[in-house]
Design a protein around this ligand. Structure first.
Ligand code: GLU
Length: 449
C-alpha cells in the first residue's frame, strides 16, 4: 500500500508567528495537499518558560486567516508519557544514560544520549547529500528528567508516532538533523525525507527582523492584505513554478508546487513585490462591491466625514472610490491617503495661490480667458450626461488647438488646488457640473485680481 504523505508544521509558541515560519507552514501545506496527504499542526512547547498559550492562539489564528487548515493538532506538553516511554526504552537499551552533573545551583541529573560517534549521511531534497561527523557533538542531553524531554527527542518521537513522511523545515535545523537521526536510529525508527528550506533575508541580505518592518503575519492582516495574495507571495519566496507566471490562487499553487523547484539560496523579502501581488489579487479576484464596502468603512472613519454630508451618499463615494482605486495596492493605502488628506478637494474647495494656476510662463489673462471658455462650454452641457468622456469630448478640441498644458493645467489646478491629481476630466466628473463651474469661476476671478 502506498504511504500517505504526511507533513507537519511544528512551531514553538514563544512569539508571534513570523512570515518566515508561515512560509515553512505553507510549503508543508502545499506539499501535503499536492500529494493528497495530511498537514499536521504540532505545537512544540517543551520550553516551558518561553512557551505561552497566547502565542499558540496567534499561531492558530494566523493559519486560519490564511486558510491553511490542519488535519490534526497536537501539543507536546500533552504527550509527556509518550516521550517518557521512549526515554525508558533508550535507557534500558543503554542508548542513553543518567548523568549526575555539577551545575550552577548544585548537583543535577540529566539524561544524555550515548553517541556512537559516527558519520551520518542524509539526503536533503533541496540541498543534496549532507555528511556530518557526529563525534563532535559528544553525548548530548536529550531530557532533563524522564518527564522533561528536550526538543531533539520530542521531534524524533513525534515525527515517528505521527507517521510524518516528509520533514520540511527551515535551514537553521540542518545541523539538528544528524542528532535527530542518531536518536531515531537508536529507537529503530525509519527516517523521514528531509527538505531544509532557505532563509528569508532582508533587502540588505541580513536576517529578516523587526527593524525591517512588519514580520508578524497578523500585522499584514491588519494592514488589509488579502490572505491569498500573502500565500501567493510567500510561495514565490524561495520557490518558482519553472515558468514566468507570478499570480496564483491557492489551488493553483497546490497544483504547481514541487520541492525540486525550491532554491538553495536565501530569498529576499520585498514588500513592493508583495504589494504588487496584492494589487493583482484585488483587481482580479475581489468582487467590486466588496472592495467598495472595504473602502467605505475606512472612509467613513476619516475626519473629513465629520463635517460632510456627502460622505453618506453612496453615489458620490462610489465615484471617489474609482479615483482612490488607482492609487492603492493594499487596503491600508486608503487610510494613508486619507491621513495625508490627498483627496480633500472632493469635499472642500481648494485653496491656492492664483499664480499656481498658470502653466509654465503663461500670462494671467490668457489662463483666465481659457477658463472662461471652459465655463462657457461646460455650461452648455447636459447635467444628466455629465461624465468623463462627454466632458473630454466637449473640451478636447479646444485644448488641442490652444495647447493642452495652457488649457488643462489651469482647469485641473482650479479643481484640485494640487500639483498632482487625477486628470481634469476625472476630477470634474466626480465633482459634477455645478461644482466644477463654481471652482472654475473662482479661479478665473482670482486671476483677474
Ligand atoms: N519547533 C521548531 C521551531 O520552532 C521546529 C522544529 C522542526 O521543524 O523540526 O523552530
Amino acid at each position: 500500500m502506498k504511504k500517505i504523505i504526511k507533513t507537519r508544521f511544528a512551531p514553538s509558541p514563544t512569539g508571534v508567528l513570523h512570515i518566515g515560519s508561515v512560509r515553512t507552514a505553507l510549503f508543508n501545506f502545499l506539499y501535503a495537499k499536492k500529494h493528497g496527504g495530511e498537514f499536521i499542526l504540532r505545537i512544540e512547547d517543551t520550553d516551558r518558560e518561553r512557551s505561552k498559550p497566547e502565542f499558540e492562539t496567534v499561531i492558530q489564528e494566523s493559519l486560519s486567516w490564511l486558510s491553511m487548515e490542519w488535519n490534526s493538532f497536537h501539543r507536546q506538553s500533552d504527550r509527556t508519557e509518550i516521550y517518557q516511554e521512549a526515554i525508558r526504552e533508550l535507557l534500558e537499551n543503554k542508548k542513553a544514560y543518567i548523568s549526575k552533573e555539577e551545575r550552577e545551583g548544585g548537583r543535577k541529573e540529566v539524561i544524555r544520549f550515548s553517541n556512537p560517534n559516527k558519520i551520518i549521511k542524509f539526503k536533503d531534497t533541496i540541498r543534496g547529500e549532507i555528511n556530518f561527523d557526529t563525534s563532535e557533538l559528544g553525548d548530548f542531553v536529550i531530557a532533563k528528567s524522564e518527564s522533561e524531554p528536550l526538543y531533539h527527542l520530542t521531534v524524533v518521537v513525534d515525527d515517528f508516532k505521527m507517521e510524518i513522511t516528509d520533514v520540511i523545515r527551515a535551514e537553521e535545523h540542518i545541523s539538528n538533523t544528524p542528532r535527530q537521526i542518531l536518536i531515531l536510529e537508536a529507537l529503530n525508527y525509519p527516517r523521514p525525507n528531509y527538505a531544509h528550506i532557505p532563509l528569508i533575508l532582508a533587502p540588505d541580505r541580513s536576517k529578516l527582523s523587526k527593524r525591517h518592518g512588519a514580520v508578524s503575519v497578523m500585522e499584514y492582516k491588519e494592514k488589509g492584505y488579502l490572505p491569498e495574495a500573502m500565500l501567493n507571495y510567500l510561495a514565490l519566496l524561495g520557490w518558482n513554478p519553472g515558468t514566468d507566471r507570478e499570480i496564483f490562487r491557492i489551488n493553483e499553487l497546490i497544483e504547481a508546487f514541487s520541492l525540486e523547484n525550491v532554491q538553495k539560496g536565501g530569498s529576499i523579502f520585498d514588500e513592493e513585490k508583495l504589494r504588487w501581488i496584492n494589487k493583482n489579487h484585488l483587481e482580479k479576484f475581489v468582487p467590486k462591491e466588496e472592495q467598495y464596502e472595504n473602502f467605505k468603512e475606512r472612509f467613513l472613519k476619516s475626519p473629513i466625514c465629520e463635517k460632510h454630508q456627502w460622505c453618506f451618499s453612496d453615489l458620490y463615494l462610489h465615484s471617489i472610490w474609482m479615483v482612490f482605486k488607482e492609487r492603492i495596492s493594499v487596503y491600508e493605502d486608503i487610510d494613508i491617503l486619507l491621513e495625508n488628506r490627498e483627496f480633500d478637494y472632493f469635499f472642500d474647495k481648494p485653496e491656492y495661490e492664483a499664480t499656481k494656476l498658470l502653466w509654465k510662463d503663461q500670462k494671467k489673462k490668457d489662463a483666465s480667458k481659457h477658463l472662461e471658455k471652459l465655463i462657457e462650454k461646460i455650461n452648455q452641457m447636459d447635467e444628466l450626461s455629465y461624465e468623463h468622456d462627454t466632458i473630454k469630448d466637449a473640451i478636447w478640441d479646444y485644448a488641442t488647438e490652444k495647447g493642452r498644458g495652457e488649457v488643462l493645467w489651469p482647469m485641473r489646478y482650479a479643481l484640485s488646488g494640487r500639483d498632482r491629481s487625477p486628470d481634469p476630466f476625472v476630477l470634474s466628473s466626480v465633482l459634477g457640473k455645478e461644482e466644477t463651474l463654481g471652482r472654475l469661476k473662482n479661479a478665473s476671478e482670482a486671476l483677474q485680481n
